[in-house]
Design a protein around this ligand. Sequence first.
Ligand code: ADP
Ligand code: MG
Length: 241
Amino acid sequence: MGTLALGLAHEIRNPLNAAVLQMHLLGKQVDREVASKDARASMRDRVQIVVGEIKRLGRLLTEFLELARPRGLAREAVPIGEVLDSVIELHQAEASMRGVVASRVEQGPKDARVLGDREKLRQVFINLFVNALDATPSGGTVRMTTRTRGGRVVIEVHDDGGGIAEADLPRLFDPFFTTKPGGTGLGLSIVRKILEQHGGAVIVRSKAGSGTTVEVELPAAADAPPTLPNAPPGATNAAPG
Ligand code: ADP
Ligand code: MG
């Protein structure tokens, strides 16, 4: 199934790329050869719509693969703060363009570590962050907080966007459920799948009109290895492994 899905994805992506390229050329030709300004504008709009739909197909493909393709999970101590910082950094430009302030707060012990796969966890928080960003109007904030609870690390992604209608709450994690024109509806399905693989959990708290908090819980990694500079004199640091 994994190899088949990969091969099919490749076969689909090539013609999609070719189609985007042709649309790009068509757009240029329209600019050159269509005399009427109104006709030009309306043709360019149509080209943009086609390009938008092709891009949506591309996203669908990427996200579907993420769900369909089995891959072994790494199990390492992941400093979750670093992951969250990298997610913010990745979307910083987009956030400022939309007038949204993104921030991170450590409420618990510093440098909490989660047991799991760094790349998969990053995917989780990218999906949650992008959803929060999509929901938040200009002037709003997206905040990610971390703390620990027992042997678990709790990460909240909070936004003060439009919130979620009560009727939609039970369907959020259904594959293909989306309320966005260009949405794939696969983001939260991926989040749930990855968290299940990690022995984690996710809860969404929201009300229409009053923002959303997504709470993720993950197993904490066992004690962080001692850091050399703070080790007492004479202490030996056994090399891990
Ligand atoms: P997509 O983002 O492609 O729509 P997701 O699975 O990521 O798919 O999200 C599904 C739906 O859940 C969204 O279309 C939206 O209606 C709702 N949703 C998720 N996160 C939020 C949020 N932070 N605020 C408001 N609605 C949200
Ligand atoms: Mg999404």
